[in-house]
Design a protein around this ligand. Structure first.
Ligand SMILES: Cc1ncc(COP(=O)(O)O)c(C=O)c1O
Length: 377
């Protein structure tokens, strides 16, 4: 990304991180670029398309940036997220989610008409039928992928039922089946999968099963052109399987504390995003309290943040307070000092903030509006 020079930053913007009011989410631009380049190289090496999941950042500028670097379009998880991206000029979107409400389907079909490329997701008659009805009313043919349950037991179909569903979609006049999607993100967090070898084996086993399903669908005469998979921890392995045509990681550009703890490929140094906080109280000699609690750091995964460059421990949060144990800190910490933490889960943390700030060292370079924040419909 071409970094603006300090002179192109409006005067009212803070120029230095010390001028930022806290709590604030900052993104180290150098690390972010390295993360994007690394995944782009993985995709290139294995000849798959890298279509990044914009649910992580919800920021059109970053979606454009990823798209320019990887050329693969973007993924959205909600219709309104996709609408925000489309309104901001993104013209190639895959919606990795099922939409069933008639009013929302009307929006979806309009979006499909507007964009150069739009694909949505289905997995059963209950979501195929209303989409077919609304698309037909619009006189539009909508591209869809069939979601295969790769073992997460969330949505998706499998085995013979997947073949039946592919046939069912194929019979719909207003739908065009372009392929399948199989999300194997549940491999991350499995206690028996901790090393790169284990990740590779687990992902390959799942992709073998996906390939068998694809074969069965093709055996009944239905072409499966696209096989989309992927999460940050797994798609670097899954993309080695010949059945895969596209990977959809989201968190990889920022990474987070959960990935540091659970992925063999992510270290603290790979985390581009952190939450800068200020110590607002020092109730005891070994405890300080910072101004970031659960309204600025998401704890949905049940894990704690990791300190960026101090030997403190963030161990508890209420809404606006963060409890920090400083009993092992080498240097003293006072009220007014700043502490920086890598959040446990980056996607849900970004979704708590109106803006996030791109930094180059201590210089503020970008202030992005999280435009699709709260866009859950
Ligand atoms: C269907 C789907 N694809 C891709 C992703 C991106 O995975 P990650 O957030 O691990 O990068 C997610 C995340 O939940 C997802 O649900």
């Amino acid at each position: 990304m071409a970094l603006p020079t300090p002179s192109s930053v409006p005067v009212s913007y803070p120029r230095h991180v010390d001028e930022l009011e806290t709590p604030v989410v900052t993104v180290d631009l150098t690390t972010m670029e390295r993360n994007i380049d690394e995944y782009a190289e993985i995709a290139d090496e294995h000849d798959v398309r890298l279509r990044s999941h914009a649910k992580t950042h919800k920021i059109p500028e970053l979606a454009h940036h990823q798209n320019e670097k990887t050329g693969g379009g973007i993924v959205c998880q909600t219709l309104s997220e996709a609408e925000v991206m489309a309104q901001n000029g993104i013209d190639d979107i895959y919606l990795s989610y099922m939409v069933v409400d008639e009013r929302k389907l009307d929006r979806l079909v309009r979006l499909s008409e507007k964009l150069d490329s739009f694909v949505t997701t289905v997995d059963c008659e209950g979501n195929i039928n209303p989409l077919q009805t609304v698309a037909e009313e619009h006189g539009e043919r909508v591209d869809v992928v069939l979601e295969i349950d790769a073992g997460l037991n969330r949505v998706g179909t499998s085995g013979e039922q997947a073949v039946e569903m592919a046939r069912y979609i194929d019979d719909q006049s207003a739908l065009n089946l372009v392929g399948v999607m199989a999300f194997e993100g549940h491999v991350f967090g499995r206690d028996d999968v901790r090393t790169a070898d284990k990740y590779e084996t687990a992902c390959m086993e799942i992709m073998d099963e996906v390939a068998r399903t694809v074969d069965r669908i093709e055996d009944v005469g239905i072409e499966v052109d696209e096989v989309k998979v992927g999460s940050t921890a797994t798609s670097r392995y899954s993309c080695r399987h010949p059945v895969v045509t596209e990977i959809n990681p989201g968190m990889y550009m920022f990474n987070d504390a959960n990935l540091v703890r659970g992925s063999p490929d992510v270290t603290k140094a790979d985390c581009a995003l952190s939450v800068l906080t200020t110590v607002i109280s020092k109730p005891t000699s070994d405890r300080v309290v910072v101004d970031a609690g659960s309204k600025s750091i998401s704890f949905d995964t049940g894990q704690d943040p990791i300190p960026v460059d101090s030997d403190v421990e963030y161990y508890n949060a209420s809404e606006e307070h963060g409890w920090v144990d400083m009993s092992r800190a080498e240097s003293d910490i006072s009220v007014g000092d700043r502490l920086e933490f890598i959040p446990p889960h980056v996607c849900t943390t970004v979704n708590l903030h109106d803006t996030i700030v791109g930094v180059d060292g201590d210089d503020v370079r970008e202030i992005w509006n999280v435009q699709a924040r709260g866009k859950v419909r």
